[in-house]
Design a protein around this ligand. Structure first.
Ligand code: AMP
Ligand code: ZN
Length: 454
């Protein structure tokens, strides 16, 4: 089945036909780096990582760009609070982001541009917009002239009045129209800033993505993605900037948006304070558990974050890894058709997960690894799951765990083995019971004793 994606522009599912099939280009809006991200922010990363993997299986060349916003008022405020430089803060949080996302099994994007490295391109783009009559300078600011674009609001489908209400823009005196938005703003000496034709200042948020996407992917490209909350104003304004600057009918051909990760029915967000950072959760759960939870709903649907959901994802992975335990070095299989079909239908991950459950059931019914196990591993790989050694999976331990170490467990198992050999079953049972009391379960099989933390 060929890929079909829901395009926010048309509000319909459409067949995916790349602009250039020899080179597919994808842009996902990345984080503003001033602190650890929450798991809501990880949803687009994990969901569009599944898309990236699918595109890489089907097209000879894919370029995936995910930016880092490293200049923003929130960053300036936090750096001042922490009494550290903006560079130190953004370097530190960007590194933590990269490490956390990789622990969630997300592949690195091909390019991860930092906004501050593209300020020259942003200034050039703003100059172009001014030249073409789509932007104007006023009191050290440069603003995008919204009424200069005929079909502004097409992505979010908002009327001019709704746009103003939705943007909650302060109606600054220098704006010609209340819907006009900032491309460039002045900086005081104490604030981060760059020299520009309009004086020392810094870019607005939206122009960053227009500049980086056009520099790295071209004036038009295939897919632009992010969370639902970015449709307006961020993506609407990116489209306005890029189309007005370059004169094309589109910026990206397909616009994909993930739904929210909620807590008790409310969007997880920094401002509501109802969030868990990926960083703290990774102390308590393997990254794969969080990843499976994030993929358990179709990406456009809301997804409730609950401890039960995490426990269920853990139990599922225990069962799946159990099915792979004795798979050994079997030849790698291709992703089964059932899973390709599910993902081709606008990334239907719940359907793909159901297909993986069926494969795992087959392994257990057959009473051992075989073709189904190889299919399970390859199919799960399409979701970025089940790629570690099953034994490593079962040995995972929370960061704060105070049980025995791997080496202590191995030593106890060796001692038990010796006791059994000497027919001292009282001692071997004592060792097993002692480990069990410490949360370690032993399983005797034909190939010896394996263990897991239960
Ligand atoms: P931000 O740093 O707020 O710009 O968010 C980074 C990315 O995370 C954007 O694509 C947002 O749309 C997305 N995002 C933020 N909060 C949530 C949430 N609760 N659920 C899903 N995606 C979110
Ligand atoms: Zn963006």
């Amino acid at each position: 089945m060929s890929l079909v994606v829901y395009n926010t522009l048309s509000r319909e599912k459409e067949p995916f036909v790349p602009l250039d099939p020899s080179h597919v280009r994808l842009y996902v809006c990345g984080p503003t780096v001033y602190d650890y991200v929450h798991i809501g922010n990880a949803r687009p990363v994990v969901v569009f990582d599944v898309l990236y993997r699918l595109l890489k299986r089907r097209y000879p060349r894919v370029t995936y760009v995910r930016n880092i916003t490293d200049i923003d008022d929130k960053i300036m405020v936090r750096a001042a609070e922490n009494q550290e430089s903006i560079d130190a803060l953004t370097e530190r949080t960007a590194a933590a982001y990269r490490s956390d996302m990789s622990r969630l099994g997300a592949l690195s994007p091909d390019v991860e541009p930092r906004a501050t490295k593209y300020v020259g391109e942003m200034i050039a783009l703003i100059e172009r917009l001014v030249e073409r009559g789509h932007a104007y300078a006023a009191e050290g600011h440069v603003l995008f002239d919204v009424p200069s674009m005929e079909d502004y609001g097409r992505l979010s489908r908002r009327s001019h009045d709704e746009l103003i209400a939705g943007a909650r823009v302060e109606v600054a005196p220098y704006k010609k129209d209340p819907a006009d938005f900032v491309l460039w703003k002045p900086s005081t000496d104490a604030q981060a800033g760059w020299q520009s034709p309009w004086g020392r200042g810094r870019p607005g948020w939206h122009i960053e993505c227009s500049a980086m996407s056009s520099a790295l992917l071209g004036e038009t490209f295939d897919i632009h993605a992010g969370g639902l909350d970015l449709i307006f104003p961020h993506h609407e304004n990116e489209i306005a900037q890029s189309r007005s600057a370059f004169g094309h009918a589109i910026m990206a051909k397909y616009w994909m948006h993930n739904g929210f990760l909620n807590i008790s029915g409310e969007k997880m967000s920094k401002s509501l304070g109802n969030f868990f950072t990926v960083h703290e959760l990774l102390d308590q759960y393997p990254g794969e558990v969080i990843r499976l939870l994030l993929l358990s709903a179709q990406y456009r649907q809301p997804l409730d974050f609950t401890p039960e959901g995490l426990a269920q994802a853990k139990a599922t992975l225990d069962r799946w890894y159990g099915a792979l335990r004795d798979i050994g070095k079997s030849p790698a299989a291709v992703v089964p058709q059932s899973i390709e079909d599910a993902l081709s239908d606008d990334l239907n991950t719940p359907m793909a997960i159901a297909a993986l459950h069926q494969l795992a059931n087959q392994v257990y019914q057959q009473g051992g690894p075989g073709l189904a196990a190889a299919d399970l591993k390859a199919g799960a790989g399409a979701l970025g799951l089940l790629q570690q050694d099953p034994e490593a999976w079962f040995r995972w331990t929370p960061a704060a765990a105070d049980g025995p170490s791997d080496a202590e467990i191995e030593a106890a198992i060796a001692a038990r083995q010796a006791a059994r050999k000497a027919k001292d079953f009282k001692e071997s049972d004592r060792i097993r019971d002692d480990l069990r009391a410490k949360g370690v379960i032993l399983e005797d099989g034909p190939k010896g004793t394996s263990w897991k933390r239960g």
